[in-house]
Design a protein around this ligand. Structure first.
Ligand code: FAD
Length: 545
């Protein structure tokens, strides 16, 4: 470049930049204005220093005429493109084009800058050596005193590496998402505030099934089950493994079971302020929740357990029926024996029956023998180990065992169990028998009432250190006069007494008392029958049958 050419170029650059700074076009990026306007009021900036500032700017700066003919390029431009100033001055900016940029992009570029607006975008450029790079470019039009475009000011930087990094990151993200989506288990990543950061297909499918956000249900269930404190786990705590939780959602038909594990994940904080932070300060922790559905296997276990309970209860029922039948026979046999004894004492005191003595003795002996054999045949009380029992669970099991009879009688069950009920020490089978007896009675009362609408309500709650179970029905009720008698052995108030020995309530009462509790028929209840069972949580459950 000759001295004269250099002086002209220098004058044009100063002119272009001064005009630009006097009225930067709307939309000019802030950093461009800052790059040229380092000392604030540029009129005080000596032109040489002014040019020096542009010259040393770390971004590639070029100034062109309205046809993109390059008038000036700074040293960052030389470094980035590989072209010297002598190579580019007087040439069109298109010399950088790699021809991989779609024509529509150039058309948009020119349309924008010709309208006097700033264009920002990305182009594929060629360096002098031929290798391509991705240029993030911004072009600002500079107007002359007539308001016509006099120059264009271009600034660009190489974002090839950034782009490659973004692409790699996007690929990794896609790969992770694909792997997560293909996984059959529910996966969710949550921060310490319980905000969902990431989920997978299985999680989304669960939203549809449950009709609500599964995360809230999982967190509630884990809080109840293991006292999960999310902010603690995300802070310093440890994860957890294979915690079985039950999700009972509004929209769901039946409860779903999941085996949950939680892994604490340390995510590096990407906020600017964390740049100088070290260790835990720079970390942001999340919880990766992995939930495996186990509803099917759980249902199989429950079904097997119910079958076992069903068999056990059937056996218990059989023994009970035998006990009732033999007890009734003993009771009935006792009456003629008492009469014989009375007759014998009368004959002994000189009554008319003196010649009947031997016959009566023989009848008495035979009767007493029969009583003894019956006593021997009476099945002994079944002994049962005590265990921690939850009356909600027992009631639920008995209800499931009674499903057929409830359906056959057309009974609507209103289940109002307390969500949390203290456990008590008791004999599970005996207590199931008690509950089964009350439910069977309600079904029979509803059948005998002949009502069209048949309802049974089951309520449980904690009251005065006791677990209270209320069984209500809108059947025919028990008359006031029969309430006390109902607990007497061999009393039967049913219209259809087939299969009833009148020992059920007596036995149920025995079970309640042996657990330190009570059973009571509510005499004030109208429109049916209500029975209260009260069982203290600390009951020793004795050793009685
Ligand atoms: P061209 O024929 O130059 O242009 C393609 C289309 O652009 C044309 O069909 C037409 O629609 C439109 N067009 C071109 N010139 C004008 C004009 N003067 N007025 C109205 N419309 C027009 N290009 C790069 O590839 N890399 C860069 O780094 C780059 N930096 C630039 C910096 C500045 C300050 C300016 C003003 C332009 C820059 N350009 C850059 C655009 C460049 O001038 C070319 O337009 C582009 O490279 C396409 O060149 P081409 O020869 O393939 O097609």
């Amino acid at each position: 470049m000759s001295k004269r050419q250099a002086a002209t170029a220098y004058g044009e650059v100063i002119d272009a930049i001064s005009r630009f700074l006097a009225s930067p076009p709307e939309g000019t990026p802030h950093e461009i204005i800052q790059a040229f306007d380092l000392l604030g009021d540029n009129s005080f900036l000596p032109p040489k220093l002014f040019l020096e500032t542009v010259e040393q700017a770390p971004v590639a700066i070029s100034i062109t005429d309205p046809n993109a003919r390059i008038l000036y390029a700074n040293s960052a431009f030389e470094k980035l493109t590989g072209y010297s100033r002598d190579d580019v001055i007087g040439k069109n900016q298109s010399m950088l084009s790699s021809k991989s940029t779609p024509m529509a992009i150039y058309q948009d570029l020119w349309k924008t800058i010709n309208e006097g607006k700033v264009w920002r975008g990305t182009l594929v450029n060629n360096r002098k050596g031929g290798d391509e790079y991705l240029a993030e470019l911004s072009i600002s039009p500079v107007l002359n005193s007539d308001g016509r475009i006099a120059y264009y000011l271009g600034m660009h930087r190489d974002i090839t590496e950034l782009h490659a990094l973004e692409q790699r990151l996007a690929f990794q993200k896609k790969l992770t998402e694909a792997a997560l989506d293909a996984a059959p288990m529910v996966v969710a990543m949550i921060d310490g505030d319980g905000t969902l950061l990431l989920d997978n297909h299985a999680y989304k499918a669960l939203i549809g099934d449950l009709g609500e956000e599964p995360l809230r249900l999982f967190l509630d269930a884990l809080r109840q089950q293991i006292g999960l404190d999310l902010s603690h786990v995300c802070g310093v705590g440890e994860g957890f493994t294979n915690v079985e939780v039950r999700l009972e959602a509004r929209g769901a038909q039946s409860p779903r079971w999941f085996s949950c594990s939680g892994v604490r994940i340390v995510d590096l904080n990407d906020e600017a302020r964390s740049f100088f932070q070290t260790g835990e300060e720079a970390e942001r922790c999340c919880l990766l929740l992995i939930a495996n559905e186990i509803t099917e296997s759980r249902n199989r276990i429950v079904e097997a357990r119910l079958n076992m309970i069903r068999a056990n209860m059937a056996e218990q029922q059989m023994v009970q029926t035998m006990r009732e039948a033999i007890s009734a026979s003993l009771f009935k046999l006792q009456a003629p024996i008492n009469i014989i004894k009375a007759a014998m004492s009368m004959s002994g005191s000189g009554g008319d029956c003196s010649n009947m003595g031997p016959v009566l003795r023989q009848a008495l002996d035979t009767g007493e023998e029969a009583i003894e054999s019956l006593h021997n045949a009476l099945p002994g009380p079944r002994t049962e180990q005590t265990a921690n029992v939850n009356m909600n669970e027992l009631l639920h099991e008995v209800l499931r065992l009674s499903t057929d009879s409830l359906l056959a009688a057309g009974v609507v069950v209103d289940w109002r169990a307390a969500s949390v009920l203290p456990s008590l020490t008791g004999r599970p089978n005996a207590l199931r028998g008690l509950l089964k007896y009350l439910i069977d009675n309600s079904v029979q009362a509803l059948n005998e009432s002949g009502r069209d609408y048949r309802e049974m309500r089951l309520e449980t709650r904690e009251e005065n250190d006791e677990v209270l179970i209320a069984v209500m029905d809108n059947g025919m009720g028990i008359p006031e006069t029969a309430i006390l008698k109902a607990f007497e052995p061999f009393y039967c108030g049913w219209a259809d007494s087939r299969g009833h020995a009148g020992m059920g309530l007596t036995m149920a009462q025995e079970v309640a008392i042996s657990h330190g509790g009570s059973i009571e028929i509510d005499r004030h209840f109208v429109g049916g029958c209500r029975v209260f069972v009260r069982l203290p949580y600390e009951s020793g459950a004795g050793g009685a049958p």
